[in-house]
Design a protein around this ligand. Structure first.
Ligand code: 5GP
Length: 202
């Protein structure tokens, strides 16, 4: 039973080390009909990352061109690289009635909130400071300098939690995933969105 035909953009932000990547993966496994936005970035691929799967890896010049063409829904500079969400895919999903996850940092998250008033915004946090540091170091692909830079950035990002509709604590994964799915499902039952359903059926 389909109740509202428009899909929703679901913004998921949170500091590096909050478990965003793992959460998004688990979320897509739990609900395969969710779509995932693939971002463009000027960052170099990490080992195992693939172009068009994890990101569209592009040069600064290519990124600049996309911005000038109006192809980006949002973009932001983060740790000396640019990251951005290609606009077209998001628009397609929303008009097809599909919910689409945008796993993006906070500056971009706020741009999307401003442009898409019905976007659902969720801020993920690790359970505490120790787990944040442990997760950041545990990735093992970054130099100490980069880790320090990302830690500092993470503490800054935590201050933005209040700008989001929801905050989810990312401790036990199954709980975190069900919290997010519950948010998405509840958002769809907001009374203003149910008016059409009521009109059509009664
Ligand atoms: P990473 O380099 O670890 O893959 O990502 C660094 C940060 O960039 C993460 O916080 C990630 O959520 C964010 N990010 C990834 N894609 C985008 C995007 O399209 N736009 C913005 N604003 N941030 C992004």
């Amino acid at each position: 039973m389909k109740m509202n035909s428009k899909g929703r953009a679901v913004i998921i932000s949170g500091p590096s080390g909050s478990g965003k990547g793992t959460t998004v993966k688990a979320l897509l496994e739990a609900r395969p009909e969710l779509k995932l936005s693939i971002s463009a970035t000027t960052r170099l691929p990490r080992p195992g990352e693939e172009n068009g799967v994890n990101y569209f890896f592009v040069s600064r010049e290519e990124f600049q061109k996309k911005i000038e063409n109006g192809d980006m829904l949002e973009y932001a500079e983060f740790c000396e690289n640019i990251y951005g969400t290609p606009r077209e895919y998001i628009e397609q999903c929303v008009s097809n009635g599909e919910d689409v996850i945008l796993e993006i940092e906070v500056q971009g998250g706020m741009q999307v909130m401003a442009k898409m008033r019905d976007a659902i915004s969720i801020f993920l946090i690790p359970p505490n400071r120790q787990s944040l540091e442990k997760r950041l170091r545990g990735r093992g692909t970054e130099t100490e300098e980069v880790i320090r830079e990302r830690l500092a950035q993470s503490y800054e990002e935590l201050k933005c939690a209040e700008k989001y509709d929801y905050v989810v604590v990312c401790g036990e994964m199954s709980k975190c995933v069900s919290d997010i799915l519950n948010i998405i499902d509840s958002e769809k039952l907001k009374s203003e969105l149910m008016q059409d359903y009521i009109k059509e059926n009664f």
